[in-house]
Design a protein around this ligand. Structure first.
Ligand SMILES: [Zn+2]
Length: 233
């Protein structure tokens, strides 16, 4: 705790003092442009990763960057989504999974959770679609390759879950919202951008479309089980 309290003091004397104008502006209201959904994992820092300042990202964090489908629960995720899209007028939602995700490791071995972490076990039911896809389509995978497939597929599962929310469904219909599927590799700093359309192993033009959406940020692409993928450099 001592380190944390020292950190608060340092924040107040250094960062806050040099960014007073920003914080005064923020005290009048928030206008974030992005809803960033990621894992609770301590190794992820959305603002650091995207080099954004306070006020720029509206963030949902939970175990496994999971969004329960609409109607499955009345939890915090749904409320945050509604608020982000309806009240804040957010136009982009990023679901960002990450390498070495403990939640996805748990998803691959759910029986290990039932005894000691029953709440995690219950929560991972909202990623059951991911588990099924892995079980039925990735029989040849093992170890890290299997885990990475689960991490990637789960981001797409959660994008699909997002689509089940009426507020998102409607904005997508009107072309007023875009969904983005990302995976962050802790060990390299790489960010991989997946087509938000599952199983979209389609023509090359889709890949170009992704790159265009990224405003030329993607410099190379490769295939995986999900379809086209681009890397942000
Ligand atoms: Zn995680």
């Amino acid at each position: 705790m001592r380190k944390i309290i020292k950190g608060v003091h340092e924040f107040q004397t250094n960062y806050f003092n040099t960014h007073r104008e920003l914080f005064e502006r923020l005290s009048e209201g928030q206008h974030p442009r992005i809803l960033f959904i990621t894992c609770s994992d301590s190794r992820i820092d959305p603002n650091l990763l995207t080099q954004t300042e306070p006020g720029e990202l509206f963030i949902i964090r939970n175990v496994g960057n999971i969004i329960p489908p609409y109607g499955a629960t009345t939890g915090a995720e749904g409320a945050a989504i509604e608020y982000a899209v309806e009240a804040l007028g957010i136009k982009h939602i990023i679901v960002c999974g990450h390498s070495h995700c403990g939640a996805m490791k748990g998803l691959l071995q759910p029986s290990k959770l039932t005894d000691k972490m029953p709440l995690v076990y219950d929560w991972l039911k909202y990623a059951e679609g991911t588990r099924r896809i892995i079980q039925e389509n990735y029989q040849d995978y093992e170890g890290d390759a299997l885990l990475n497939a689960a991490i990637e597929e789960n981001v797409l599962t959660q994008i699909e879950n997002l689509r089940s929310y009426p507020v998102i469904h409607s904005k997508l219909y009107k072309g007023q919202l875009e969904l983005h599927a990302w995976v962050y590799k802790i060990e390299t700093g790489g960010v991989y951008v997946y087509s938000a359309e599952r199983c979209s192993i389609k023509a090359d033009h889709e890949e170009e479309e992704i790159e265009k959406n990224l405003q030329g940020a993607a410099s190379h692409a490769f295939m995986n089980g999900n379809g086209k993928v681009s890397s942000l450099h």
